[in-house]
Design a protein around this ligand. Sequence first.
Ligand code: KG4
Ligand code: ZN
Length: 341
Amino acid sequence: MRILAIESSCDETAAAVVEDGRKVISSVVATQIERHKVFGGVVPEIASRMHAECISQVVAETLDKAGCTVDGMDAVAVTAAPGLIGSLLVGVSFAKGLSWATGLPLIPVHHLRGHIAANYIAHEGLKPPFLCLVVSGGHSHIVEVKDYTDLRVIGRTRDDAAGEAFDKTARALGLPYPGGVNMDKLADEGDRSGYSFPKPHIDGAPYDFSFSGLKTAVINTIHNMEQKGQQPPVADLAAAVRGSVVDVLTERFLLAAKDTGYKRLAIAGGVSANSELRRRMTELCEKEGYELYIPPLSLCGDNAAMIGAQAYYEYLAGHRASLELNACATMEIGSDFDCLL
Ligand code: KG4
Ligand code: ZN
């Protein structure tokens, strides 16, 4: 079964053709990074306009690369939640139009389920059940993937997401947007040992995270040093921030794995590109006897191939939307869209 998938939840306009949930026939990602760079972050209004400007071309190029037309497709899938509402609406409207014009079934996909499904593309043998750490710019969750379309959040951030924490502290350190990846590179040159940042625990919720104090701690450290006439060691601070976030993520994720008894673990989302998170998870899982699945760097950030992969399993579960489908800025990963046929 071939699915044409569309993703436009944030600042990437993407389309892909995916076969049977596992094989990517073609995938195109048009990123808007350069346009948002001058503002130091994504400007929602600009993002939606840019999606509207390039979505037809991105879809046409994707079909072209796959060597087929829309007639060769069996369904159209689209990220319908969560994300920036104006951005999501561009993809959802386009997909609805395509579904109406061609008669193809329309499959709505939850963006974070898509991130998890990036692992199905990369690892042929990976099947639920498993436990997944989903870490992106907007979300940080520990998710029980009981089945392809049966997911339950058992841990979550109480405030900022891990990616957001990286982006905000990177900005405080004067690093250019996108902060997470630039901080990761710089941290390789730093030494974290002289700094200790807060790693708050939440009473009664051992798998939850809180990252919002990190930005304040970094800003205070910088101010203190500047007041003493010292130059803040940016690479060391980057290493300390990266190390603290990775400490918290790995510690809580492995605790959740131990308590729930899952032996198969995965990570997903933009922050799964972080080199220290990948390295430490690999070492810890090897030591403690867990099977670990990590997407390749090309599938960590937003793309439509992962949406096409998840859409296949949504389709098998009978999930198809009517043309009443609407985009939603927020939605739990375990919920189903309310306009299913
Ligand atoms: O999944 P994603 O591409 O978009 C959302 O769904 O939010 O995640 C983007 C987030 C951003 O916060 C970005 O800074 C972070 O992922 N990110 C990284 C790295 N690459 C991307 N964070 C830390 N280290 C990286 N190498
Ligand atoms: Zn994402």
